[in-house]
Design a binder for this molecule. Structure first.
Ligand SMILES: *[C@@H]1O[C@H](CO)[C@@H](O)[C@H](O)[C@H]1NC(C)=O
Length: 140
């Protein structure tokens, strides 16, 4: 029993150092997807479209993206990217996502054009992240 607890402790220490594995990341993403789908009444069709590179979606889907980015605290009150929060969370990503996430966060730092509309702002930001590297896109 004692050694089991020790292993558990060790495992959680390792996770906090090397970050989540892919399965944990997918689970965390799914949680936000479900919560934001419910909250915004966006359709899963629109969410799937965005994941496949078709960003021709309605305003509800843009508000879904705001809900998603906001739940990771990635969007500032003035609707710009919260770069510091993004950098802090980078280390928690599975290793194979980190370089791309770093590069795309830098590239999309000023992607928001519609600063006065939070849903459109979040959409512009997420869209930039997608086209920066579609293979490594992981937002909900
Ligand atoms: C938005 O807010 C952030 C953090 O408070 C700040 O660093 C940034 O300069 C602001 N950007 C604009 C365009 O107001």
């Amino acid at each position: 029993m004692k050694s089991f607890l020790f292993i558990l402790l060790l495992a959680s220490a390792v996770i906090s150092i090397i970050g989540m594995n892919e399965k944990q990341m997918k689970a965390a993403v799914k949680l936000v997807t479900n919560m934001c789908l419910q909250k915004t009444k966006a359709t899963s069709e629109d969410i799937e479209k965005m994941h496949k590179g078709d960003w021709d979606v309605d305003h509800t889907a843009m508000c879904y993206m705001y809900c998603a980015l906001n739940s990771y605290k990635l969007i500032n009150k003035n609707n710009t990217l919260n770069y510091e929060a993004a950098m802090n969370q980078l280390g928690e990503l599975p290793e194979r996502y980190r370089d791309s996430a770093q590069q795309c966060t830098d590239q999309c730092r000023d992607a928001v054009v519609s600063l006065n509309e939070k849903c459109t702002a979040a959409y512009e930001l997420a869209k930039c992240m997608y086209f920066c590297n579609p293979q490594k896109y992981f937002l909900p």
